[in-house]
Design a protein around this ligand. Structure first.
Ligand SMILES: Cc1cc2nc3c(=O)[nH]c(=O)nc-3n(C[C@H](O)[C@H](O)[C@H](O)COP(=O)(O)O)c2cc1C
Length: 168
């Protein structure tokens, strides 16, 4: 078994765009699916999971999905988020994903910015609890861009190489 699964959750398409770039960059046997279409992990030796940061955390269906991954499976995470690159708010979400997957072997993580609609930004910006990240998100309007997708492809190739050598 030497097959990679790219599994993603995406509400407005940003995470799906990054997932498709990751998928295209992978050599070998591979599949790409939204998480709600994944019924078994048996066919895959390596799983790359992508999600948007929502409310400083993971979307609930992604949390549930991660908990179903069998122990010792090799996995990697990527996320898209509106806030600035490397900021605590997006880091905390991906760190939480890693903690949830503690029984698996997490080989790496990657994050890219992802735009919000002007309407969503306006609406969310009115709530004090969202102000910190919505202010940063105003500058995410062109993301994921070509540079983000190049970085995502590099991440995919590096993770695939790590997965091949891990545990040998
Ligand atoms: C309801 C909602 C909550 C969000 N919460 C956060 C957040 O807490 N931090 C952040 O950086 N971005 C946040 N975002 C921005 C999304 O993470 C970003 O736009 C992402 O790329 C969306 O991915 P998708 O198009 O795959 O759904 C939020 C967006 C929405 C609509």
């Amino acid at each position: 078994m030497n097959k990679t699964l790219v599994a993603y959750f995406s509400r407005t398409g940003n995470t799906r765009t990054v997932a498709e770039a990751i998928f295209d960059a992978l050599d070998g046997e591979k599949e790409i699916k939204p998480i709600d279409q994944v019924s078994s992990f048996d066919a895959y030796d390596f799983i790359i999971i992508g999600f948007p940061v929502q409310m400083h955390s993971l979307p609930y269906p992604v949390e549930q999905f991660i908990k179903t991954i069998p122990a010792r499976k090799k996995i990697a995470f990527f996320c898209t988020h509106g806030s600035l690159p490397g900021h605590r708010l997006s880091r905390e979400a991906i760190e939480y994903a890693v903690v949830l997957a503690t029984q698996t072997k997490v080989l790496g993580t990657f994050c890219s910015r992802g735009k919000l609609s002007v309407q969503a930004l306006d609406a969310l910006n009115k709530s004090p609890e969202h102000q910190e990240w919505t202010e940063m998100s105003a500058s995410a309007g062109t993301h994921p861009d070509a540079g983000d997708l190049d970085e995502a492809r590099v991440f995919a190739r590096q993770m695939r190489v790590l997965a091949q050598h891990f545990g040998r």
